[in-house]
Ligand binder design. Structure first.
Ligand SMILES: [Zn+2]
Ligand SMILES: [Zn+2]
Length: 390
């Protein structure tokens, strides 16, 4: 049995090598792969797959079903607990898992749910497994191709080139640190905010690809040589927060930093007004013994970031207040103005780690990516992740 499997695999490898040699001008390099769950959280029962360039082989286990190239469309449908594979003229069968493998390094393909409108363009390989109520769609993608896609999705197109290097290092560090987070679902990372937003290949901003290549392999490590939890957010409002204020876990490199670079950016200031009545109902919900002293007004100030709202014997984590009132950040003051409670806030996002708008401004003023990363993450080092494997 073992020998048979070995023979089958070696035949597949020989076939791949042969097809590669006749179809590709490029060389494969053995680089780190990440398996990214695509359209995760959505119920997809039929997926259309079409190459945009080059040739792909379609495998079910060790058996090659067909080759697909430009203008071919493959349909993958969930039928009971299997994936049915067919094209316009042929049904290839039903399988637990299907692998669509690029035969050239720069090959790209696109996918689209049969009932959807949005196409997603992908680098490298696609794996489609049968799930309980949905196809499980996985992009098995070269780490740097993945990083470029995440940088495009998380940063947009208007940042300075030096900033893309920062974002690339943070996204790569996160991917290495969190690889296997979705092991139970059959992939490493999802494509949503839960892990990192990934909307397919980077294809709009070539500067991102250059920044990823310029920092290829580089990750941030802490004093124990472990990849850091590279938290970042949109705008810190002038000071970043303690990790433990948001996630209850202390990290030596996620400590408050005074940041004057972001305070003129958009999202730097916000305000929200609610009625005193609603605010008191909320406080009673949080603390059933809550009693407001007569003739007292509500006021709460944060000259420095605090972990909790605390007033008249009631204590609520600021992260909870932020969530319950859908506030932009936890960095706010509260004042009472007759029948209203006014939240006056600064910043946007959780406030921990690197402040994107501050870092973008630093990059515009000529600071290097190394200086900027060292400014927001204290006591970290930049290393090539290949050094971490032993
Ligand atoms: Zn996730
Ligand atoms: Zn900031």
């Amino acid at each position: 049995m073992i020998e048979l499997t070995t023979i089958k695999k070696s035949r597949r490898e020989i076939l791949l090598l042969f097809l590669f040699l006749i179809t590709s001008p490029y060389c494969f390099s053995q680089s780190e792969r990440i398996n990214v769950g695509l359209l995760s959280g959505k119920k997809i029962t039929r997926l259309l797959v079409a190459p945009v360039s080059d040739v792909y082989s379609v495998f079910a286990g060790d058996s090659m079903l067909t080759l697909i190239k430009l203008n071919d469309v493959l349909s993958l449908s969930l039928i009971n607990d299997s994936v049915e594979v067919k094209n316009i003229s042929q049904i290839f069968g039903k399988f637990k898992s299907v692998q669509i493998i690029a035969l050239a390094k720069l090959a790209t393909l696109k996918i689209k749910p049969a009932d959807g409108k949005t196409e997603t363009h992908l680098d490298d390989d696609l794996h489609v497994n049968s799930g309980k109520n949905s196809l499980i769609i996985i992009n098995s993608v070269d780490l740097d191709n993945y990083v470029a896609g995440v940088v495009e999705a998380e940063t947009g197109y208007s940042a300075p080139d030096e900033y893309y290097k920062i974002q690339a290092i943070m996204c790569r560090t996160f991917a290495i640190e969190s690889k296997g987070k979705h092991k139970a679902e059959g992939y490493d990372l999802c494509d949503r905010e839960h892990c990192q937003v990934f909307k397919g290949r980077n294809n709009r901003k070539p500067e991102i690809k250059l920044a990823v290549a310029a920092t290829s392999g580089i990750v941030l490590v802490d004093s124990t040589n472990k990849p850091i939890f590279a938290a970042y957010h949109s705008n810190c409002g002038g000071q970043t927060d303690y990790s433990e204020n948001v996630w209850k876990t202390e990290k030596s490199y996620l400590k408050p930093v005074i940041d004057t670079f972001c305070i003129s950016s958009r999202n730097a200031n916000w305000e929200k007004v609610i009625s005193v009545n609603d605010w008191e109902k909320y406080l009673v919900k949080q603390n059933k013994n809550y009693i407001k002293p007569t003739d007292s007004l509500y006021c709460f100030y944060q000259p420095e970031r605090k972990s909790d709202f605390e007033l008249f014997g009631t204590k609520i984590p600021l992260t909870q207040v932020r969530k319950d009132f859908k506030l932009s950040s936890t960095l706010f003051h509260i004042e009472q103005n007759s029948d209203n409670i006014i939240f006056t806030g600064r910043g946007s996002g959780h406030g921990v780690g690197l402040c994107q708008q501050g870092a973008i401004e630093m990059a515009r003023r000529g600071y290097s990516y190394k200086k900027i990363l060292g400014y927001y993450y204290k006591g970290v080092r930049l290393v090539n992740y290949s050094q971490l494997k032993n």
